[in-house]
Design a protein around this ligand. Structure first.
Ligand SMILES: CC(=O)SCCNC(=O)CCNC(=O)[C@H](O)C(C)(C)COP(=O)(O)OP(=O)(O)OC[C@H]1O[C@@H](n2cnc3c(N)ncnc32)[C@H](O)[C@@H]1OP(=O)(O)O
Ligand SMILES: N[C@@H](CCO)C(=O)O
Length: 305
């Protein structure tokens, strides 16, 4: 089934070239089915890249998905043009009276700050409270997973001595969970962060369960037992070259940065990296959309959430 996006969104051309079925708003209106309504709160500075990465994954399902992007009104973006935001984005104020089947909250490069020092923290807290009332299931990625675990459950984040940077093997902590249906015993996920949440803190919270971890990279997926909130600390959505881009960026800035682990052949950054996480990424997003959003959400949006 196709993914429905605004007619001129730059991601559309890229995804169409990749044979991912993207449909203009105008054509989608002729289809006699209800699309899933997914709101994406994009906190990344590199918004266009993230749009493409996320749409690529939520477009890989048999469901028609209507994606709406929002950005924090209380933050002036340094790296995304006002024109792009005005054209393709709404704010929370615009959508707060609506119900959504699913919500994705992205990462953000603000993990070195206490949550309270993030300019849009208050707005994000309001949005996260709203998501519990108006959204069937919310997926939090990287920094947003830390922010969500802290806001909803008081779970702290900790600074790491060394950035967790590379592609790490992960395993499942629980069997027969719909979110991880079809996952291999061992699967790979890009991680790129300076902070972590810890299993011992999460295990104190009765409403939460740890679904996947990595020996090297720590906690990966945490879910609320009712499936309404999913917290993912890694970046399965990253493109094959994203870690290389981050590595080259930091080398160019003269920052101390290790070569991302398990990424370049022979750990040689002059060789082209090979991606090993795409299958997992597609399964994670399609399982979430299917089992936590589509199968749970009422046909009459808002009834029974
Ligand atoms: C842990 C995770 O979630 S990982 C996900 C984050 N990863 C990424 O963002 C990767 C891509 N980002 C980057 O490579 C870099 O951020 C760059 C190259 C785009 C910009 O880097 P720099 O010039 O060093 O930092 P810059 O001063 O632009 O700040 C980066 C972002 O943090 C934001 N920021 C900085 N301080 C604050 C603050 N107190 N509150 C809120 N946002 C803040 C900036 O506004 C900017 O975001 P914006 O473009 O949406 O406004
Ligand atoms: N993934 C991020 C981590 C910083 O928050 C980066 O390398 O830009």
């Amino acid at each position: 089934m196709p993914i429905k996006v605004p007619d001129n969104l730059p991601a559309k051309e890229i995804l169409t070239a990749e044979n991912i079925f993207v449909m203009d708003e105008s054509i989608a209106y002729h289809q006699d089915i209800r699309p899933l309504r997914i709101v994406i709160l994009n906190l990344m500075p590199t918004k266009e890249t993230t749009e493409t990465q996320l749409l690529r994954l939520i477009g890989n399902t048999p469901l028609q998905v209507e994606a709406v992007f929002i950005h924090p009104k209380t933050h002036t973006s340094k790296n995304t043009s006002a024109e792009h935001l005005e054209t393709f984005y709404k704010t929370f104020e615009d959508i707060k009276d609506e119900y959504y089947d699913g919500m994705i909250i992205t990462g953000a490069p603000v993990e070195h700050l206490p949550f309270e020092e993030v300019t849009y923290w208050e707005e994000l807290q309001t949005i996260m409270n709203w998501s519990k009332r108006k959204v069937t299931s919310t997926l939090h990625i990287c920094w947003a997973s830390q922010a969500g675990l802290y806001h909803h459950y008081g779970v702290p984040k900790y600074n790491l001595d060394e950035k967790i940077f590379g592609v790490f093997s992960h395993t499942l902590e629980k069997r027969n969970v719909p979110l991880t249906r079809g996952f291999d015993e061992l699967f790979f996920v890009p991680q790129s962060r300076h902070t972590e949440v810890r299993a011992e803190d999460i295990e104190q919270i009765n409403d939460l369960e740890i679904l996947s971890t990595s020996e090297e990279a720590g906690v990966y997926i945490v879910g609320s037992k009712n499936g309404r909130q999913i917290f993912v600390t890694g970046h399965s959505e990253y493109d094959p070259l994203t870690l290389k881009w981050e590595y080259d960026r930091d080398v160019a800035k003269g920052l101390r940065i290790d070569v991302p682990k398990n990424y370049f052949p022979k750990n040689d950054p002059t060789l082209a990296p090979l991606s090993s996480w795409r299958a997992h990424a597609n399964l994670l997003f399609s399982n979430w959309l299917n089992y936590y959003v589509y199968q749970q959400t009422p046909y009459e949006l808002g009834a029974g959430i």
